[in-house]
Design a protein around this ligand. Structure first.
Ligand code: SAH
Length: 253
């Protein structure tokens, strides 16, 4: 029997490590984003930032012939990525690196493509893009997904939820402006289908949380963690016409 009360961070890692992805997205959305960026052999040096355990990193490796660095702050995710890369014989092309998105360990002007799904809002869209721009070669590309407002009306409960999570949403128009402010030409932006958030992320996460509730006998911290996650899903289902994930594609100028 598990006695110790796990922390939120332990629960977050435990709930997510077994999932195929740690955020909204899909193989189709990845392919669609890539389709805007031109011939794949242009991209020799690629970084996938906030890669989690690397579901999309390994998918990218199926589509792009270059070297891909997956970067995440949690060693447990990076270990899983490196193990999976090895088991697919991709260890020479896919390399997981423990690091921070706000202090990238790459050389300036060295990357042809920066990819990032569902992670940039942890450091802020503007802060992320202005830091990342310097690591791209001129003409290099950016593909980043993050939650965004679709409408002018921004329900206060949603704003409050994201603020308490240390994050915020901007409109699609505002994010495109931020890309341009940070030295990118706009290529495209598209909203991810709803299932990218529900079926591909929230539902598998909910199943993992149910197992944690059982394992930790519905202790206080696991109950609070489950409630927070369920609130996120409930808000999304109630207000999804107002917000969702958007992929932004740009070119470094
Ligand atoms: N791209 C993955 C994971 C998205 S979840 C997917 O779509 O499945 C967001 C990821 O960002 C998490 O794995 C988290 O560990 C990572 N992360 C959050 N803040 C970070 C930071 N400051 N530096 C590096 N990684 C960070």
């Amino acid at each position: 029997m598990e006695k110790k009360e796990p922390s939120f961070l332990e629960l977050l890692l435990e709930a997510h490590i077994g999932l195929e992805r740690q955020g909204p997205g899909s193989a189709d959305a990845l392919r669609q984003a890539l389709s805007f960026l031109g011939p794949p052999d242009r991209f020799q040096q690629i970084a996938d930032l906030g890669c989690g355990s690397g579901g999309q990193t390994l998918l990218l490796a199926e589509h792009l012939p270059g070297k891909i660095f997956g970067l995440d702050m949690f060693p447990v995710f990076i270990d899983k990525l490196n193990r999976q890369a090895k088991s697919r014989g991709l260890e020479n092309r896919v390399e997981g690196v423990v690091g921070k998105m706000e202090a990238l360990p790459f050389a300036q002007n060295s990357l042809d493509l920066i990819w990032s799904e569902g992670a940039i809002d942890n450091i802020g869209f503007r802060e992320g893009l202005s830091h990342w721009r310097g690591f791209l070669k001129q003409g290099g590309c950016l593909a980043v997904s993050c939650p965004s407002w679709f409408t002018k009306e921004h329900p206060a409960v949603v704003e409050q939820f994201w603020a308490e999570a240390g994050s915020r949403l901007d409109t699609v128009g505002k994010n495109i402006e931020i890309m341009q402010d940070c030295g990118f030409a706009f290529i495209a932006a598209f909203a991810l289908p709803e299932e990218c958030w529900t079926e591909n992320y929230f539902f598998p996460r909910e199943r993992a949380i149910e197992k944690l509730l059982e394992k930790y006998h519905s202790g206080e911290s696991v109950k609070a963690y489950a409630a927070l996650n369920r609130q996120e899903l409930d808000l999304y289902l109630r207000y999804k016409q107002h917000y969702g994930y958007v992929f932004y594609l740009g070119k470094a100028i």
